[in-house]
Design a binder for this molecule. Structure first.
Ligand code: GLV
Ligand code: MN
Ligand code: MN
Length: 395
């Protein structure tokens, strides 16, 4: 089974796996990456931004054909989101090597660092740093829930944070990138079917990633005693936070997009005290970027405070020629799906690198949850698809 050797890593007592960037479980997966690459005779390196690369024929002429994904997870997430793409890439290279085939251009397997932003807040941090989409000074200031900075977490893991930053030389080596990923949701297909399950196909390609952003809204209050402060005298930020949460849902429904509050923080967090501050994080996504931004404007208006933008990713349309190549390599009818989830492939695409994605059927579509799942036969079909893609693109 493709992921069985990883399934014990970062098991969360609350269910699923928690594999935050630079924490023990993710470091264990990095070890696995290096060992797996070494067993295939690939040269491993960690770039300045903490992304892992395994090279096959690194000294061959031409730009590299890159495949891979990420190893980290959200809190209590599924074990497929990310590792499926990396493990499938190793399995594809293994089968190509066994067949005696050799690439005529460099082939690289990548595991991008901190794709989920589960610990430091900004998704696709490794690929955004690589492409210069985020400044290293900003990233170095990120702090996790325990007060540990990104710089401290990296240093503790043996990585020098002074190396963070845009890496145009490495970027110029990437000729194309294909990310294989578990399907997330049951996205609409042009023929009206939903998802790969609706299409009756184990593998599809991505058409685009919807524009998406994350915002934080900070609300301040006047801390006081829960038993001695009259209701009329209170300035309670939790009430405003609750209104904000309801408004996110109402506005999303009105605008026909997706709006989520999956994280809140109330300080000091005492049962018997009115809070001094409350924060909520808004995740908004949809086909239309203006509507996504409008949701935040409506919430700001309702609460009378400005939201702080933490990240924004414009609509990403994957490279049509590369996607056609990928579909041709897979063969037969290959459904083309939009993605409501963000990916490193989207970040690279926005940086001008020809990029495509392969999705492996997820029967329920559930993701970022312990219930995320792919059938073994579909994972095998994904490996076969990726193998055919590498063979076509690096022959
Ligand atoms: C990453 O998985 C995201 O879309 O938030
Ligand atoms: Mn994810
Ligand atoms: Mn992912």
């Amino acid at each position: 089974m493709l992921l069985s050797e990883l399934s014990g890593v970062g098991r969360d007592p609350a269910g699923g796996v928690t594999r935050f960037a630079w924490a023990v479980a993710e470091l264990e997966l990095r070890e696995w990456f290096s060992a797996r690459a070494a067993s295939l005779g690939l040269d491993v390196e960690t770039d300045g931004n903490g992304n892992l690369w395994a090279w096959w024929g690194g000294s061959l002429p031409g730009t590299a054909f890159v495949v891979g994904s990420h190893l980290d997870s959200v809190r209590s997430g599924g074990e497929w989101d990310g590792p499926l793409g990396v493990a499938s890439a190793f399995a594809a290279v293994e089968s190509l090597r066994a067949s005696g085939w050799m690439p005529t251009r460099p082939v690289a397997i990548v595991a991008f660092a901190d794709e989920e932003g589960g610990r430091f807040g900004l998704a696709c941090l490794g690929s955004r740093l690589l492409t210069g989409a985020v400044e290293p000074e900003r990233a170095l200031g990120f702090v996790d829930d325990s007060g540990v900075t990104l710089a401290e977490a990296m240093t503790a893991a043996g990585h020098d944070p002074r190396l963070l930053g845009a890496d145009p030389t490495r970027l110029a080596k990437i000729g194309a990138f294909v990310e294989l990923h578990i399907e997330q949701g049951r996205m609409p297909l042009p023929d009206g079917a939903h998802g790969l399950t609706g299409a009756g196909r184990p593998v599809g390609v991505a058409r685009e990633i919807w524009p998406h952003g994350r915002w934080r809204i900070d609300l301040s209050g006047v801390p006081d005693h829960a038993g001695t402060t009259a209701l009329a005298d209170r300035v309670d930020p939790v009430l405003a936070m609750a209104e904000g949460i309801v408004e996110v849902r109402r506005a999303a429904s009105e605008l026909g997009i997706l709006g989520t509050v999956g994280r809140v923080r109330v300080l000091p967090g005492a049962v018997n005290a009115i809070a001094s501050s409350a924060s909520l994080w808004v995740d908004a996504r949809g086909q239309d970027a203006d509507r996504v931004r409008e949701l935040v404007t409506l919430v700001e208006r309702r609460l009378g405070v400005a939201a702080t933008l933490e990240s924004w990713t414009d609509v990403t349309r994957f490279d049509a020629a590369l996607t056609a190549d990928v579909a041709a390599a897979v063969g037969g009818e290959v459904p083309s799906l939009p993605s409501g989830a963000g990916h490193d492939a989207g970040v690279l695409s926005l940086a001008g690198i020809p990029t495509a994605m392969l999705f492996v059927r997820n029967p329920t579509g559930v993701s970022h949850s312990p219930d995320e799942h792919a059938e073994e036969a579909d994972a095998v079909a994904g490996v076969a698809a990726l193998t055919a893609v590498i063979r076509r693109m690096a022959s």
